[in-house]
Design a protein around this ligand. Structure first.
Ligand code: RB5
Length: 146
């Protein structure tokens, strides 16, 4: 699995924690910034990561901002992206089992680095269930083709 990772200035600490997690799990990843603590615009980070996941260059993406909301709204504008904004373990598991989410968004002003790490690990290690859930996400894909 190859993971594309990015944050804005509001998600730097969790991004660092996720980098450590990916290294511990021996998961290949690339960090697309941001590079500094100055204020940046979250779409400039969410959209390139979402495009890299949508075009198959990366299997999954993880995006962090202050709330996770700006990142998730932006990523979900890209065709083929199912970005889930998650702040609890149950949703992390369910969004993989049922939605086959390919991007995880989290908010550093909402949760701490420890919980973010557990959420990311659960999300990375849970497989899609398929079946009736494939039919449902297929309907989203059909809509995207309109
Ligand atoms: C930046 O101040 C903040 O707006 C951003 O990190 C994010 O929370 C937006 O949704």
């Amino acid at each position: 699995m190859k993971v594309a990772l990015a944050s804005d200035h509001g998600g730097i600490q969790i991004r660092e924690e996720i980098r450590k997690l990916l290294e511990e799990l021996h998961i290949e990843y690339e960090d697309f910034g941001c590079e500094c603590a100055d204020s940046v615009d979250y779409p400039d980070y969410a959209l390139p990561v979402a495009e890299k996941v949508a075009n198959g260059e990366f299997d999954r993406g993880i995006l962090i901002c202050g709330t996770g909301i700006g990142m998730s709204i932006s990523a979900n504008k890209v065709k083929g992206i199912r970005c889930a904004l998650v702040h609890d373990i149950f949703s992390a598991r369910m969004t993989r089992l049922h939605n086959n989410s390919n991007i995880l968004a989290m908010g550093e002003r909402v949760i701490g680095a420890g919980l973010a790490r557990e959420i990311a690990q659960t999300w990375l290690q849970t497989d899609f269930e398929g079946g009736r859930h494939q039919t449902r996400i297929g309907k989203i894909a059909e809509y995207e083709e309109k």
